[in-house]
Design a protein around this ligand. Structure first.
Ligand code: PMP
Length: 319
């Protein structure tokens, strides 16, 4: 049996670039068996000055925060990892995204690892050509507008279990179960709730609503993963003079909203057409969603000097 996609790329593994198929861990490793892998995922944009990583610093800060929340002892500093990311992107032409993983490779018995040393890997790849196109089964077209299902029965975002603020692999298994049922029922995506029954976020994206008064609202950051796209939208709203509030949103408030959209590194800003069959507002996408999305795309293309600092140019390493 072929074990891994034969992709002609190199992965940075604890300081060395190794072939894609050699970047493996033991089946009994702590991170695989206990779900303790912390990761982050960022995008590479095409700009007139060449490739640039979108908000690399913010993604790295979140990676360190996730490690702190999960107690992973990451001994490298942010500038070291930033340099390693750039080296990995340069070594993998045509890559569109970067995934950085921090894991405990030790084979352990207990939930608390005796050997808690971590291993860091950085992969830069094209998610479509290198992964999606090589998977078995029919490809699923990416929707332009989302039909959402609200997962009301299981409260999945629970600070008392695993902090939703940690981007740790264990946080994704409950979404996997809830989302697979929703996909079978014809929805594109699900929304998860917090312990109090407020809207939290999707499995890999944050949610915003636009109220009938034109206010932008998104759930508070303690209840969700602090999405970098979410933070970007909040900053853009301020710049564009759209009042924006981070506060709890009840299901009724979601259904009464004029517009809704989800944000994420993969999704960018994706309009919500309906939730459980209930159509959102009058137009989809609504005007606020479109205005924010257009501004974000301009920034990502390097065409907006006001937000130039959000781009880290890859360039060639000096000879
Ligand atoms: N929530 C969760 C649970 C996620 O996994 C992601 C994807 N990283 C997001 C929100 C969106 O975050 P970002 O905008 O940084 O991609």
């Amino acid at each position: 049996m072929k074990k891994f996609n034969e992709v002609d790329r190199h992965i940075w593994s604890d300081g060395v670039l190794i072939p894609w198929h050699e970047a493996t861990v033991h089946v009994l490793s702590h991170s695989l068996q206990r779900g303790s892998l912390v990761f982050d995922y960022m995008s590479i944009k095409q700009t007139p000055l060449g490739e640039a990583i979108f908000r690399m610093d913010a993604h790295l800060r979140r990676l360190f925060r996730s490690c702190r929340l999960m107690g992973l002892a990451l001994e490298r500093d942010e500038s070291e990892l930033a340099e390693a990311i750039l080296e990995t992107v340069r070594a993998n032409p045509g890559a569109r995204v970067v995934k950085i993983s921090v894991l405990i490779p030790s084979v352990e018995i207990d939930v608390v690892p005796r050997d808690s040393r971590v291993s860091v890997s950085i992969a830069a790849y094209d998610p479509v050509a290198d992964i999606l196109d090589r998977l078995p089964g029919e490809p699923v077209a990416k929707p332009d507008v989302l039909r959402l299902h609200l997962e009301r029965h299981k409260r999945q975002r629970r600070e008392d279990i695993v902090s939703p603020e940690a981007k740790v692999s264990a946080n994704y298994v409950s979404s996997m179960m809830a989302k697979s049922k929703a996909l079978e029922a014809g929805f594109h995506e699900i929304l998860l709730m917090d312990a109090e029954g407020f809207i939290a976020e999707g499995p890999t994206a944050n949610i915003f609503i636009v109220t009938s008064d034109g206010f932008l609202r998104t759930p508070p950051e303690q209840r969700v993963l602090r999405g970098v796209t979410r933070a970007s939208v909040i900053a853009l709203a301020e710049e564009m003079k759209i009042p924006c509030f981070e506060e709890s949103i009840s299901p009724d408030e979601l259904f009464a909203a004029e517009e809704a959209f989800m944000t994420g590194t993969s999704a960018s800003i994706l309009p919500v057409e309906s939730v459980d069959g209930h159509k959102m507002g009058t137009d989809c996408p609504g005007s606020v969603t479109v205005a924010l999305r257009e501004r974000l795309i301009k920034i990502e293309r390097g065409e907006d000097p006001a937000f130039e600092s959000w781009l880290t140019y890859v360039k060639e390493a000096p000879a």
